[in-house]
Design a protein around this ligand. Structure first.
Ligand code: TNX
Length: 491
């Protein structure tokens, strides 16, 4: 129980009370636990080869999932897991809590449980009690599907991987200079003429049906999708698809490089705001979750006055969709922005870092801040000078650096109460496939996930690196090719 990532709030191991999962076991579910029960069965059946029927009531030994009876202090995502010789008893206030508990349970089983094919067993579950709940409400992973497009299958594969570490938000960066990835019915050329991808690859986009399916797949893993429409910069794809969005009425050329900060919507044109309203309305309709991300980063060609004028007009449009606006920290200079969530992507090591001061200046206005410091949580930074993939503008980020920070004391003057949580962005300028995603995300994603979930008191690099090493065989069974960081003694 002491090897679980993210480290739980409290663990009382009792190896004398190990349970053994056998062919006769059942998964017993109370009301409201059926879906998580089926998910757990889906995890355990392929590797164990057992039938593991999901049953209501019934007396056979096994794993029981039950809502309620655990106390309000466990909150909406907490759980209590008791493992004794007679069986496993998992309880939570909500299905999300049960789902989190299931992620812990799978780590208490041998690594072979992660295999897609039947393994010999046996299947002991470490005995004892875990009581657990998250430190921060928001634990996010961001995937950039613009610089390179990732198919729904590739995105689902990543969803399953982030779920392992109790990440509960998937921020999809859906639009950028290189491509527009989500169908918009009122502006169909966005996806048909919005560019390709970095290096002239085929690119691609999601139909509304495919996108809805992604959102519901994520929801089945208790992950909320946060769609991002990046405005007013990072918009070359839109400017290439529609001439009328350009001040000179001439469509831009598609862009397949990796520079940033050169494109901008026409701040002075009414067409721009009709476009923005149509897009945000359609995207909000596809979004059951509470958040709508408006980007706002790196509008380097746009004077502050224009940027502010743009968002003064766009904010009411966005808020009229009923969603809470999230945007990158540059957006915090818009003083009319209240009740928004800012996303910090600063790099305090950079001499021109203005992010910290911006966050401080907006603290009275913003609702909360999501912390994704580039020199810690950016999964697209190279690990070291030999990394074959990634960028290095925020420096090299080894796994110990990714782990070594605290969201509540990272920005001077930003108190823990104002921190919604953490996010690990994965930009895809250099990433073309799932192998690339996994090489960059593992082992750093679990580090960021632990910072978001675990109590500060559990924070300990020596413990974390030992626990990371034990994850490696699990990744191997799942076919995750990870970076073998020299900071960890991998088996
Ligand atoms: C900065 S972080 C960007 C992205 C790039 C990324 C590469 C942010 C809000 N904007 O456009 O892809 O750096 O690391």
């Amino acid at each position: 129980m002491t090897r679980v990532i993210p480290a739980p709030v409290s663990v009382e191991p009792d190896r004398g009370a190990d349970f053994e999962l056998t062919a006769e076991a059942v998964i017993r579910v109370g009301g409201g636990a059926e879906e998580v029960g089926e998910y757990l069965a889906g995890v355990l059946r392929p590797s164990t080869g057992y039938a593991l029927p999901v049953v209501r009531g019934g007396g056979a030994a096994g794993i029981s999932l039950e809502l309620g009876d655990v106390g309000a202090e466990l909150g909406a995502e907490g759980y209590r897991l008791d493992v004794g010789t007679a069986g496993v008893d998992l309880r939570a206030n909500t299905a999300a809590g049960l789902f989190a508990g299931v992620q812990t349970l799978r780590q208490l089983l041998p690594a072979e449980v992660e295999s897609a094919t039947a393994q010999p067993g046996p299947w002991p579950v470490e005995g004892g009690r875990v009581v657990d709940y998250p430190r921060f409400a928001y634990r996010g992973a961001m995937l950039d599907v613009t610089r390179h497009f990732f198919t729904p299958e590739q995105v689902k594969r990543y969803i399953d991987q982030i779920a392992l570490y109790k990440v509960n938000h998937l921020h999809l960066h859906l639009t950028d200079d290189q491509g527009w990835r989500i169908e918009i019915e009122r502006w169909p050329r966005l996806t048909t003429h919005g560019g390709t991808e970095v290096g002239d690859g085929p690119g691609g986009s999601y139909t509304k049906a495919q996108y809805r399916d992604l959102v519901s797949y994520a929801a089945s893993r208790h992950i909320t999708v946060v769609p991002e429409i990046d405005l007013p910069g990072h918009t070359n794809a839109a400017l290439a698809a529609y001439p009328e969005l350009n001040p000179d009425g001439v469509a831009r050329e598609p862009y397949t490089g990796i520079e940033v900060g050169f494109s901008c919507l026409d701040i002075d044109s009414d067409v721009t705001y009709r476009f923005v309203e149509d897009v945000l309305t359609e995207v909000a309709e596809l979004t059951p979750g509470p958040y709508l991300h408006l980007g706002g980063d790196e509008a380097l060609q746009t004077p502050d006055a224009d940027f502010i004028r743009f968002f003064d007009r766009v904010l009411p449009i966005a808020q009229a969709t009923g969603k809470q606006v999230v945007a990158w920290h540059e957006f915090l200079k818009v003083e009319s922005a209240t009740s928004v969530v800012g996303q910090y992507w600063g790099n305090p090591a950079a001499p021109d870092n203005t992010a910290d001061a911006l966050v401080r200046s907006a603290l009275d206005r913003v609702d909360k801040i999501i912390m994704s410091p580039a020199n810690k949580s950016y999964l697209d930074m190279k690990y070291d000078e030999d990394s074959p993939l990634g960028l290095k503008w925020a420096g090299y980020v080894e796994v110990d650096a990714a782990y070594d920070w605290d969201p509540a004391d990272f920005v001077d003057g930003l108190p823990e109460a104002k921190v919604l949580g953490v996010e690990a962005p994965l930009w895809s300028e250099t990433l073309e496939n799932s192998d690339h995603i996994e090489y960059m995300a593992f082992p750093r994603l679990p580090a960021i996930a632990e910072i978001g979930w675990s109590p500060r008191s559990t924070h300990d690099w020596e413990s974390f690196r030992a626990r990371l090493a034990e994850q490696a065989p699990r990744w191997a069974h799942r076919g995750i090719g990870f970076y073998r960081s020299p900071k960890v003694d991998w088996p």
